[in-house]
Design a protein around this ligand. Sequence first.
Ligand code: UDX
Length: 447
Amino acid sequence: MKKIVVIGLGYLGATTAVALNKMGNRVIGIDPNPAKISSLSAGTVPFFEPGLDEALTEALDSKQISFHSSYPQEAKDADIFLLCVGTPQAPGTKAADLRYLEAAIDELAPFYGENSIVVGKSTVPVGTAVQLKSRLSALVQLPARLAWNPEFLREGNALFDSLSPDRLVIGTDDAFSERVLDELYAQLTEAGTPMVKTDIATAELVKVAANSFLATKISFINAMAEISEQVGADAVKLAEAIGHDARIGNKFLRTGLGFGGGCLPKDIRAFQARAEELGLGESVRFLDSVEQINIRRRNRVIEVAQETFSELENLQVTVLGAAFKPETDDIRDSPAIAVAELFASAGSKVRVHDPKAVANVRAAHPQLAAFDDLQRATAGADLIVIGTDWFEYGLIDPAQLASWVRNRVVVDGRNILPVAAWQKAGWKVVALGRSIVNEVASEFVLQ
Ligand code: UDX
């Protein structure tokens, strides 16, 4: 059992804290937000993540986890200080804002002991760990040990990804830290999780490289969607066909509105900013195209609406979905919200529906009318846009929906609707990237 201080209790930190407790460790969670602390201490996760509430309750029952808005004395000499704070995009630049990491080092320093190590999990520009280590060195009279252990958890699957990751990556420059991390993850590695051991710079880079690759894969298939729309082809079938090639693989080839969330968009921007600083902007220039394709997919929905309705002003538009992907209430950089905003600025009357994210929409976008009731969200609508691939949207009865809308037009921005059934119910269906909609059922599932 290790004593681990988890610093920052957002999606990453809260999930990691619970997972590390489940793995048998004593966990002390720190976050300056008192509302977050009282919520977590009472057994309620302050965001929606499947299974996490139950796991938190179990963790609290173990009495081996506690949450604090400032360091308790017990944190002294912890085995591991785990950095899980956010690295948001700094205002006015593409670069990541590292101030929360710097503050975390300053605050942990008085509690750092002879046998402590600091481990970074946050996504950072390569070179950050070196700076943090020298900051720590200046504050402690002991050898400053800092390792990097990037986290690849996906929202909606966060707990599973933490307890059964595809791989572990640890970057160290001292044997003591390596040993502590070997021990920490022994049960996962013994169960077969591969562990990649490397230097710190590589460990930092792995995370941004992985996210850049995923973003590129999505934009690649969305570029094929642009071509398909023009030439009368079907990008969904195209993805299926190329995905059968094991070298390409069928994952992350779902075409539609593109990627959003708190990671992929910000990480590719921060990577470009860091590469520019290193004089290597050209190496990742393609990420600019990746982002431009992603933005064009959102605009494409507006173009479709313009082609269908001559006037967008006062058009009743309902966007189904606000979360950046299903099984989360996270609306950061959500493509669905971006589309809703585009319609709102064109003068349309916009309503947004989401099963989980309504409270977040109301807080962050009060100008958008948000509902979790489908009928209230869609009654009298001229245009329905599928913005998030929530499973339940694929199950909507098109005939019932047709009975209360004003115009039967739907843009399937996530390619989840059974198009033939909707067409049969009198709907004009525009499926992004699919000029020809071939409804032959397929065994092949894009993930
Ligand atoms: C991502 C990485 O997957 C994860 O490893 C990392 O730790 C954090 O960033 P997450 O932000 O939870 O995870 O979302 P992800 O599942 O990667 O999806 C990102 C976006 O891409 C979503 O908006 C999703 O709708 C979109 N997407 C995904 C597609 O448009 N098409 C696809 O084929 C897959």
